[in-house]
Design a protein around this ligand. Structure first.
Ligand SMILES: [Zn+2]
Length: 311
């Protein structure tokens, strides 16, 4: 299947789109983006290269006319949010070239890059790279922007029709256009955002210069068992310690998101001073806001069985 970025029909712009996809989730100084992303130095909201009928990227600034809205994340790693069109004299004007370019992207399903300004105290102007997205519609006041799914050739999932969870990888590698590294990164980024950048078990979440530190997306059904990376319902965000213990089946959680810890007496003795025993029998502290983003029952059962075998 063809990579959707090809639809922009300009090899140079295609490279820029791929670069934006590959840096999904990065926090980047505006001055660095000005060096690497065409138009970033001069254009504020929507950028349409002269040579193209399509928009190449959009950005949302903190001082934009509308306050920040957090995107809505879906199980396939796609995200939805509303974007204000450009206006003239304080009024939306869809005839402006930039808005028209977004309409063209909508009509031909050409992906665009999306950047959001982050306000980080003590730091120069920075942006979060949201990744690539489709313009999905115009609701009368805003463009509806829908991020790519983890498997970039799949049409992004809609909140009104959440697809059933597929626990295991089914896509043959030659059918997937996504570079496995980029795909895993999309999985990591989506899980990180859905879990508010904090460990699900202990709620730890360090940040430095706007970037989360010490948390990792774990697969509930392990990758070695063909557990899927294209659906965040096979994911959970953990701090490095709790990820390591999770990987060794020293703890897991049940269908009510209650924590179970290994009975191994020496492990328990070694864990006396640590968080893991105080979490035993309690519900995971940090879970996604939307129920449909929670770890899937099939994945939880798979892991619980393994855990019970070694417990
Ligand atoms: Zn933790």
């Amino acid at each position: 299947m063809e990579d959707p970025v090809h639809r922009i029909s300009d090899p140079d712009l295609e490279i820029v789109l791929k670069k934006i996809r590959e840096s999904m989730g990065d926090i980047i100084l505006s001055s660095d983006l000005q060096e690497t992303i065409p138009g970033f130095r001069t254009q504020k909201g929507i950028y349409k290269p002269q040579s193209s009928q399509y928009a190449l990227w959009i950005r949302e600034t903190v001082k934009g006319p509308y306050p920040d809205q957090e995107p809505l994340w879906l199980p396939d790693g796609s995200w939805l949010y509303r974007y204000t069109p450009e206006g003239r004299n304080g009024k939306t004007d869809l005839n402006l070239g930039t808005n028209q370019a977004l309409m063209n992207s909508l009509d031909n399903r050409v992906p665009i890059g999306v950047f959001r300004q982050k306000n980080i105290p003590g730091m120069k102007r920075t942006y979060e790279v949201m990744g690539l997205a489709y313009v999905e519609g115009f609701d009368g006041t805003h463009f509806i922007i829908h991020g790519e799914s983890i498997e970039s050739t799949d049409a992004p999932m809609k909140p009104s029709s959440i697809k059933p969870f597929q626990p295991f990888e089914v896509v043959e590698l030659n059918r997937s256009v996504a570079n496995p590294v980029v795909r895993l990164r999309a999985f990591q980024t989506a899980v990180r955002r859905i879990y508010h950048e904090r460990c699900s078990l202990c709620d730890l979440g360090y940040h430095f210069q706007g970037r989360p530190i010490g948390v990792e997306a774990a697969h509930v059904i392990p990758v070695e068992d063909r557990g899927t990376s294209r659906d965040i319902r096979n994911g959970i965000l953990l701090c490095k310690n709790h990820h390591d213990l999770f990987d060794r089946y020293l703890w897991t959680f049940d269908e009510d998101y209650m924590v179970h810890v290994s009975y191994d007496p020496l492990f328990r003795k070694s864990a006396l001073k640590n968080h893991i025993l105080s979490a035993e029998g309690k519900r995971l502290q940090n879970l996604p806001d939307s129920d449909y983003d929670l770890p899937a029952i099939e994945a939880i059962r798979f892991r619980f069985e393994r855990f019970s075998d070694v417990r």
